[in-house]
Design a protein around this ligand. Structure first.
Ligand SMILES: Cc1cc2nc3c(=O)[nH]c(=O)nc-3n(C[C@H](O)[C@H](O)[C@H](O)COP(=O)(O)OP(=O)(O)OC[C@H]3O[C@@H](n4cnc5c(N)ncnc54)[C@H](O)[C@@H]3O)c2cc1C
Length: 461
């Protein structure tokens, strides 16, 4: 679409108000640009707000305060060892860049008032590097919204970005929105795409990964709008076929993925009718179709099983290390604590403790006889009922190809004039080993994109 007359003018327009978009808006506004953040839904936050809050980083002040000596060099050595073990090629320059900016992001967020616990031990890393946002990422989003507004960024909810507008030279010159105020064209010196992933876009999912077993998306706003807007003007994409395998998650906040270790410890899976499900937690449960959700599933932990799980008494510290030292299972990685134990679940809506099978059946609204048969004669109270869990596609992993300045590049590798990407919309190809980089990258790339977009807009004025 080309220039067609403007309803409003801004220096920087950010499409998407999740972690990446809010950081981009904050950075652009702080650099003095007139900034508008467009958010499709009624509230900013996106997947960032429901994220567990894990950030993997090295050489941070949080590590130092816990008496842990670490450096990017040690971190890189661990990543290289992981890459060797899995036979993965590593682009060292990009991995180093990601490590540097993601680690620096911890300090940037601390400066804004965000708190972290940890570092907790994590996967094959030799040093504890798991930092966890406190108390959870809903607070992180609140802090980002307040900071962006403080610097004058406008955040417009219920206002989806629909299309990029090009000028007569093919430069990105603005965005068409289709929100509650009707269709509007916003002129922009630069645009940042930060509209999240495409796991809820059935057409994209089925065409990009035809063999993937379908499941409902965890959140339906993730329709890949940023990817599509950029692809329509010739942007290059990377790893678009990477879409998370459907897996189980609690449907209510916090959307924890239950650990497969629970089943090994003797936890039982039952339907809402109390009927046993003959599957392991890691098994793929086939769904009748994308639109029909598999019925709710509950995890039942009896007293014997509970006795095999890690507890706070197993921790020595500084982080949650009891599960690792003892090999006892935890419930899942979770906000606030990093690794949740049964005692952490007590305040969450998806946890219920019942002294007897009759009380457990009342909670599930099923027949006690059915539940008793599913749990077996040896089952002993108290019973912890966790659920419902459902199989969902939580995320997709592909993105727009960008350079280290997060400028979106065209198929020929040249930056598209005036277009930046952030978060899931900006993907630098690199192997990092383990998890906990997506969230930090959302903030770091948002900050880089917002700063770059403000400078670009200033030059274009
Ligand atoms: C349950 C869960 C837990 C996770 N935990 C972790 C973790 O602990 N550590 C980690 O590193 N990663 C984690 N992730 C991944 C991480 O949360 C995401 O990669 C990251 O938050 C993405 O940030 P984003 O800003 O790119 O996208 P989002 O936060 O999803 O923001 C995108 C925003 O764009 C909006 N939008 C969409 N289309 C439009 C449009 N057309 N116009 C305007 N707005 C639009 C959406 O409504 C949304 O608000 C988790 C993901 C999930 C689902």
């Amino acid at each position: 679409m080309t220039d067609m007359g403007w309803d409003i003018k801004a220096d920087v327009v950010v499409v998407g108000g999740g972690g990446a978009g809010l950081c981009a808006g904050l950075a652009a506004a702080k650099a003095g640009a007139k900034t508008i953040v467009l958010e499709k839904t009624g509230t900013p936050g996106g997947k960032t707000a429901i994220s567990i809050g894990i950030m993997t980083a090295s050489g941070t002040s949080v590590q130092k305060a816990a008496g842990i000596r670490d450096s990017h060099a040690r971190h890189l050595a661990d990543v290289k060892a992981m890459a060797k073990q899995t036979g993965t090629k590593i682009d060292e320059d990009t991995t180093k860049f990601m490590m540097r900016v993601c680690s620096a992001e911890i300090e940037n967020l601390i400066d804004l008032g965000v708190k972290f616990t940890g570092p907790h031990p994590e996967g094959p890393h030799q040093t504890p590097r798991m930092h966890v946002v406190q108390p959870d990422c809903r607070r992180l989003v609140k802090i980002l919204v307040a900071a962006a507004k403080k610097y004058g960024a406008g955040i417009e909810c219920n206002t989806p970005g629909a299309e990029l507008i090009l000028d007569h030279h093919g430069k990105v010159a603005g965005v068409r929105t289709d929100g509650k105020k009707g269709p509007r064209c916003i002129k922009a010196g630069a645009v940042v795409l930060a509209a999240g992933d495409y796991s809820a876009n059935l057409d994209m999912v089925t065409s990009l990964a035809p063999k993937l077993k379908l499941a409902p998306p965890l959140r339906d706003f993730a329709t890949g709008d940023g990817h599509r807007m950029a692809m329509r003007i010739g942007a290059q994409t990377q790893n678009m076929e990477r879409i998370n395998e459907p897996h189980m998650r609690f449907t209510d906040w916090p959307n924890v993925e239950p650990s497969p270790g629970l089943i090994r410890a003797g936890a039982k899976l039952v339907t809402g009718k109390g009927i046993a499900i003959k599957t392991r937690l890691t098994d793929t449960v086939l769904l009748p179709g994308f639109e029909k959700r598999w019925e709710d599933i509950y995890i039942v932990i009896d007293a014997k099983c509970a006795g095999k799980l890690a507890t706070k008494a197993d921790d020595i510290g500084p982080g949650r290390d009891g599960w690792r030292r003892t090999g006892k299972p935890f419930i899942g990685t979770a906000p606030k604590v990093g690794y949740a134990y049964l005692e952490d679940c007590k305040g969450w809506s998806w946890h219920f403790e019942a002294k007897t099978i009759a009380a457990a059946a009342r909670h599930l609204k099923c027949k006690p006889a059915a539940l008793s048969k599913s749990l077996g004669k040896a089952a002993e109270g108290p019973f912890h009922i966790l659920g419902p869990v459902q199989r969902v596609i939580a995320n997709s992993g592909g993105g727009l190809a960008t350079d280290q300045k997060t400028r979106v590049v065209a198929k020929d590798g040249a930056p598209i004039d005036g277009l930046f990407g952030a978060g899931v919309n900006a993907r630098l190809l690199s192997y990092m080993g383990g998890h906990g980089y997506a969230l930090a990258w959302a903030m770091a790339s948002g900050r880089i994109a917002g700063t770059g977009a403000a400078a670009h807009a200033k030059r274009a004025r």
